[in-house]
Design a protein around this ligand. Structure first.
Ligand code: GLU
Length: 457
């Protein structure tokens, strides 16, 4: 069996790190099993779905290193859903209901007050043809519910009906269909909630594994029943825990908080996002992993915790630093061009500064310092005269990694200064800053002539 997974966002906002977790769980699962990955846009809600969000989701996935094999749109498949509805109606598994939201709420409260489970009582099944005709005459349109297979002969006598599956993430799961309301599959305006289209698509697209957030566990009970009602073998299911903010709030596509796009714009590396999105809330420690292939090796769905995980964005910056510090020049060469960092000095420059940056963009100011000079620093009398002596004793060219040591050894002898007293004025004169990359590395990049130009007058 070819493993086929799908990531199924609704294009109603920007995807965030929690959505990235779902996408990556699927992508890594496919990578591990040489499977296929389908991006399915759940865009049945025409009012809220937007092309610009769909485009951005594709860009975000691409940025993370996820390249779907197939892209599908639910909005192009309404005929298929209508055919499935007809099939279910033909099998007597869909029935018309006319209740308004207020009526349903009233009944729900009544059931609760009678200590009955607050599920839909299938009252619509008792309507006579006259009553239905009367509703129609009033201009009311019915919605359609799926008659859950949780009874033997009498739908008003439900009995415990277990749907069980071995969850790819959570292990053995059981959902009791008698604890649930018959779900609405077609709304009164003819639109479809997510439940049925998803099953129809998963059948047609040959999905072998549905991996999604654990907010869908109860849906899975209903959907497995629907697969069977449509004579299809249900796929395997996996439900991962959700991420929350530090305050325990759920992440929302609409708020734009922690969107993948904003993290990218903020200079966070894709593998920092992927490492945290996948490893947080698992028994694996969160470390900066360099590639999705390596992450796939570390990815073990069953190691995922069952409770929600708090997500701390500052961890992203820490991971970012670790990743950048170990990034070879070839991997950033092109991106450095974007900051004007080109030419023969670009590689030694990168190797000198990479251990001192949090974000790639931090390179730009270092490049400016190295190539154009530092901001002006005022020195007191003692440091000023020390520096003048120092610059008068610059080693001759060629300059390399040893030049700094030769120079400072000479200065120790010459001036008696050592430690911070020796190094700090030099650092300030050369870079304008009191911390930064190793001066031994920077010095040959700056070059003798440019260094001399930094001699305080
Ligand atoms: N559009 C659904 C969601 O974002 C997809 C759930 C699923 O993967 O089945 O919640």
């Amino acid at each position: 069996m070819t493993v086929t997974v799908r990531f199924a966002p609704s294009p109603t906002g920007h995807i965030h790190i929690g959505n990235a977790r779902t996408a990556l769980f699927n992508w890594l699962f496919a990578l591990k099993h040489q499977g296929r990955f389908i991006l399915r846009f759940d865009d049945t809600d025409a009012a809220r779905s937007k092309q610009e969000y769909a485009d951005q989701i594709q860009r975000d996935l691409h940025w993370l290193g996820i390249h779907p094999d197939v892209i599908a749109h639910q909005s192009a498949r309404f005929d298929t859903y209508a055919a499935a509805v007809e099939r279910l109606k033909g099998a007597g598994l869909l029935y018309q209901c006319w209740e308004t939201a207020e009526e349903l709420e009233r009944r729900r409260r009544l059931r609760l007050s009678r200590k009955l489970p607050p599920v839909y009582g299938r009252e619509a099944l008792k309507l006579t043809d006259e009553q239905k005709a009367a509703y129609e005459a009033e201009g009311r349109r019915p919605h359609w519910r799926y008659l859950l297979p949780n009874f033997t002969d009498n739908p008003f006598e439900t009995q415990r009906t277990e749907i069980v599956w071995d969850d790819v993430v959570r292990g053995p799961q059981t959902v009791d269909l008698s604890s649930m309301s018959d779900p609405v599959l077609v709304r009164e305006d003819g639109t479809y909630p997510y439940t049925l289209p998803s099953v129809v698509d998963d059948i047609d697209l040959g999905i072998s594994h549905v991996i999604r957030g654990d907010d869908h566990v109860a849906n899975t009970g209903v959907q497995i029943a629907l697969f069977r009602a449509l004579d299809a073998e249900p796929p395997a299911f996996g439900h991962h825990n959700l991420l929350t903010t530090a305050d325990g709030e759920g992440l929302s596509k609409r708020s734009g908080a922690l969107s993948i796009r904003s993290l990218a714009e903020d200079g966070i590396e894709p593998m920092a996002v992927a490492s945290l999105a996948v490893l947080i809330g698992t028994s694996e420690s969160v470390t900066a992993v360099r590639s999705l292939e390596e992450l796939a090796e570390r990815f073990e769905p069953k190691a995922t915790s069952k409770s929600a995980s708090k997500f701390d964005p500052t961890e992203l910056v820490a991971l970012n630093k670790v990743l950048l510090h170990a990034t070879p020049f070839a991997d950033v060469d092109q991106r450095l061009h974007g900051f004007g960092i080109t030419g023969p000095k670009a590689e030694p420059f990168w190797l000198a500064v990479r251990a001192n940056i949090e974000k790639l963009a931090d390179c730009a100011s270092w490049w400016q310092i190295v190539t154009e000079g530092p901001r002006k620093v005022e020195f007191d009398e003692a440091d000023g005269s020390f520096l003048r002596v120092a610059f008068d004793h610059l080693p001759s060219e060629p300059w390399d990694g040893m030049t700094w040591k030769i120079w400072t050894d000479r200065l120790k002898e010459q001036t008696g200064r050592k430690g911070k007293q020796l190094f700090m004025p030099l650092r300030l004169a050369l870079t304008g800053l009191d911390r930064g990359p190793e001066l031994a590395d920077l010095l040959p990049i700056i070059g003798r002539e440019e260094t001399l130009a930094r001699r305080p007058g």
